[in-house]
Design a protein around this ligand. Sequence first.
Ligand code: FE
Length: 288
Amino acid sequence: MTSLKTDESTAINREVIGIHNGQAAMDGDGVKLTRIIGTQTLNMLDPFLLLDAFESDQAQDYIGGFPSHPHRGFETVTYLLAGQMRHKDSAGNEGLIEPGGVQWMTAGKGIVHSEMPEQIDGLLMGFQLWVNLPAKDKFSEPAYQEFPVDKIALEKRATGTQIRVISGQTDQGTLGPVINEAVKPSYFDVSLKAGDKFEQTLAKTDNTFIYLIEGQISLGNKATRIEAGNLAILSQGEKVTINTQVDSRFLLVSGQPIGEPVARGGPFVMNTKAEVMQAFADFQANRF
Ligand code: FE
């Protein structure tokens, strides 16, 4: 990867251009979650189609899980912070996602899978992000990039700040394991120590969001305040600058917009309505 670093004096700082709080939702077999992207107020942030956060220590909020269901035309990224989820698909693949682990699944031309909690009590917490595929990749073979916590790059700074890098590269050179040539995503989980500063260079035309898991941060030259549970959308630019006075934790997610028409139908995301109808027909005829 070539360096994206630019001259400090000319770098355009990204600023907050919108803050969203998500809304309570239910999906799968009665799983309670907060939908943050994929709502009426924030339909998508190209190439990101959906972001769900789930967090509960009440079994009835998650025990139903996500029984067998199809996907076509995009990628699902599950990042688990607490608890365990078992994944099984129609091609016979099976795996257990454990705390700190990530599963980056390319549904491509189609997959039928289940995602079920592997626990009957205790805390289940994590995120699912949907990343769109460009038209040329929507019928690619299904594929997995799955990494347990010890295979995800961890950058430890002298200040105590820690960055888990799932995809992309930090300014200090830590490179995440997930590869996606279509949107070249960055997906960081940053634990920023009180009083520390986080700076990150990104491709100028990326769409980028910050989701604050805990604490409170201020972003950009305008020092816009972001609270826990806020998703902040950033303006285009080269550099993200974040300060904090309290220990804080956030996701930074960034990627190249695809810029194609998006037709959504439940678990299928295609370019046209006709392609979505075809996906339903193919699924019903067991052609996945
Ligand atoms: Fe799924």
